[in-house]
Design a protein around this ligand. Structure first.
Ligand code: HEM
Length: 135
């Protein structure tokens, strides 16, 4: 029997088939929902930071949702660097939901309730990690 497919990587695959680069969609959604986040990025060279921040966050989420080889530890590390950047913890946590909402929008009709269940669990677990991290 085939092992059941993991909905988290599957949702990223479906989105990748429809959208070459999630970066502009994710940051548009982030800044619409949390306008205060826009001013937190440096005025020059922030495109590179935003692109790499998103790519590394996705890598960490995929690792956390599957093999847990170690990339997921980025999440804990970045909690403290973002405390130093002045990013409130609630906003830091919100970035993960913004990614999930962007995927749901891009995947559209192929999004299933199974994805919602897997994403809810993942987002709750990540929120737990962030909230438990030392200041
Ligand atoms: C809305 C929430 C967030 C805001 C406002 C934010 C803000 C920032 C800012 C201002 C920087 C760059 C500082 C600089 O100019 O050098 C940065 C870098 C970074 N952030 Fe975030 N961040 C958020 C959420 C996250 C999350 C959830 C993660 C992953 C767990 C993350 C991972 C990173 C990484 C890895 C970098 C370094 C990127 C690089 O230069 O290669 N960020 N973030």
């Amino acid at each position: 029997m085939m092992p059941p497919e993991n909905p988290i990587p599957r949702s990223f695959e479906l989105a990748a088939a429809r959208c070459e680069d999630l970066t502009p969609l994710v940051y548009r959604r982030l800044f619409e929902k949390h306008p205060e986040a826009a001013g937190m990025f440096r005025s020059e060279g922030s495109a590179l930071v935003k692109g790499s921040m998103l790519a590394l966050t996705i890598e960490a989420m995929l690792d956390f949702a599957s093999e847990r080889t170690g990339h997921f530890r980025l999440i804990e590390c970045e909690v403290s660097s973002h405390d130093a950047y002045g990013t409130p913890r609630e906003l830091f946590i919100a970035f993960f939901s913004v990614i999930a909402d962007t995927l749901r929008e891009v995947v559209g009709a192929e999004w299933s309730p199974e994805f919602d269940v897997a994403w809810r669990k993942l987002l709750d677990e990540i929120e737990g990690i962030v909230k438990r991290s030392e200041a």
